[in-house]
Design a protein around this ligand. Structure first.
Ligand code: G3P
Length: 219
């Protein structure tokens, strides 16, 4: 499963990219607002840091505006994926941008039928929002399973990008459900290796070596 970072903060992305485990980035208007930075300048910086897909979300709500904002985003770098909302206008823009050969991420997906429609419109990525479905008392992970089944039934190539990820259980569930990508907020990404037995095990290994004077000699 590919791991994207869900933030518009270029500095945070640069730090996490040092792990060598960041496959892409997703941003949205709310995340851009949090940074207080110019959105396009941030995207330029992010695209210099991360070579994988970087999602940039349109603000227009009708097709023509989305297409023109999408084409402007696409000029930033080759790895821009244009993010459009899951509306009729959004899917029309998706088809036009996909026909231009651009990557499109269709966002705000909350149902399997919406995901099927986005795939038919040529989406490169579909973004089901797991956490927000859980917040609404539904089962976000079930949506990932259903989309996986539909896409496999019809051999749709659209990649399932699990979004609105709130913690390790979501990452685990998305991987088990066969999501192609999970986009992960920085704090959750930093917690992915946490396990008390890893810390405890390492402390014991090092203490044993110290006690016995185990050394690794230089050549
Ligand atoms: O990728 C979508 C994500 O940013 C939404 O997350 O936590 O606001 O539901 P959240």
């Amino acid at each position: 499963m590919k791991l994207f970072i869900d933030t518009a903060d270029p500095k945070e992305i640069a730090k996490l990219a040092e792990t060598g485990l960041v496959d892409g980035v997703t941003t949205n208007p709310s995340l851009a607002a949090k940074t207080g930075l110019d959105y396009v300048e941030s995207l330029q910086e992010i695209c210099r840091t991360v070579k994988g897909p970087v999602s940039a979300e349109v603000l227009a709500t009708e097709t023509a505006g989305m297409i023109s904002e999408g084409r402007r985003f696409a000029k930033i770098a080759k790895n821009i994926a244009i993010k459009v909302p899951l509306t009729w206008d959004g899917l029309k823009a998706c088809r036009a941008l996909a026909d231009d050969g651009l990557m499109v991420n269709v966002t705000l997906c909350f149902s399997p039928v919406q995901a099927m429609m986005a795939a038919k419109a040529g989406a490169t990525f579909i973004s089901p929002f797991i956490g927000r479905l859980d917040d609404a008392g539904q089962d976000g992970m079930e949506l990932i399973h259903e989309i996986r089944t539909i896409y496999d039934n019809y051999d749709f190539k659209t990649q399932i990008l699990a979004a609105s990820v709130r913690g390790i259980p979501h990452v685990r569930g998305a991987a088990l459900a066969g999501a192609d990508v999970a986009t992960i907020p920085p704090d959750v990404f930093k917690s992915l290796l946490n396990h008390p037995l890893t810390d405890k095990g390492l402390a014991v290994f090092l203490a044993d070596a110290r006690k016995a004077g185990v050394r690794i000699r230089e050549e």
